[in-house]
Design a protein around this ligand. Structure first.
Ligand SMILES: Cc1cc2nc3c(=O)[nH]c(=O)nc-3n(C[C@H](O)[C@H](O)[C@H](O)COP(=O)(O)O)c2cc1C
Length: 222
């Protein structure tokens, strides 16, 4: 018997279909879901405004995580209670609950936002530590090739911060420091925050764009 014929006997039974799909399929969850984590960098308002915006838009199940330092900053910067925060999300997870649904890639989500993201959580994500549910959910988001957006906040940056941002970018994450824009001439902090939140949520294509397209600008010297 020719060699090619004998090796054919090791093929799997014909009933098993290993045919590749014509094009890559990125699974969309039947229920749209976003994980929102608030960590201990300054700027808790970003995480809270993201939850409020998602609640206003509707149609997205929100899973909220808040680190211990995140709570500290929420109380200091916003004077909000745990109940105030919990009421803004559909599901609230303890950061210690590494057995939660969102700790598994089998639980489909549209992705995860960490807002604000401390340098400590950035480091955990960059090094795949999964040492609490925030880092684990981010790790899962990356391994499942879902959208991960980190609103990293520190100033100035040291080399570890910069390297960790590069590492997360190389893994497919989006580093989105919440730096205010001035081209839209914001009249208040609320407008600055809303502008950033709109740009962040537009990365998830949850519906019509929230931030208006730049109309272009022509200089006098042309
Ligand atoms: C008032 C306050 C503001 C802070 N701001 C920042 C910050 O902007 N960026 C940062 O990386 N850490 C900041 N930290 C330090 C973090 O909270 C600290 O590193 C913490 O361990 C982060 O843990 P977490 O990522 O689990 O929330 C701040 C801490 C406090 C108390």
């Amino acid at each position: 018997m020719p060699a090619s014929r004998s090796s054919a006997s090791t093929l799997p039974p014909a009933s098993v279909n290993f045919a590749a799909p014509a094009s890559p399929v990125i699974a969309q969850p039947a229920q749209r879901r976003l994980i929102v984590a608030i960590t201990g960098a300054t700027g808790a308002i970003y995480g809270v405004r993201i939850l409020d915006t998602l609640r206003r838009l509707g149609g997205v199940e929100t899973h909220l995580l808040i680190s211990a330092a995140g709570w500290l900053n929420i109380q200091h910067e916003l004077q909000l209670t745990k109940n105030d925060l919990h009421a803004r999300a559909d599901v609230v997870h303890s950061v210690r609950d590494v057995g939660a649904t969102i700790a598994s890639g089998s639980f489909a989500t549209d992705g995860m936002i960490v807002a604000p993201c401390s340098m400590k959580t950035l480091a955990s994500v960059a090094h795949g530590l999964s040492d609490n549910l925030i880092a684990r959910a981010a790790d899962v988001t990356l391994k499942e090739r879902r959208r991960l957006v980190l609103l990293v906040r520190e100033t100035p940056f040291n080399l570890a911060h910069l390297r960790n941002m590069t590492t997360v970018t190389e893994m497919g994450g989006v580093i989105f420091p919440p730096l205010p824009a001035f081209y839209n001439r914001p009249a208040s902090i609320d407008e600055m925050v809303d502008h950033t939140v709109a740009r962040v949520l537009d990365l998830f294509a949850l519906g019509p764009a929230l931030s208006p397209a730049w109309p272009g600008l022509r200089g006098d010297d042309e």
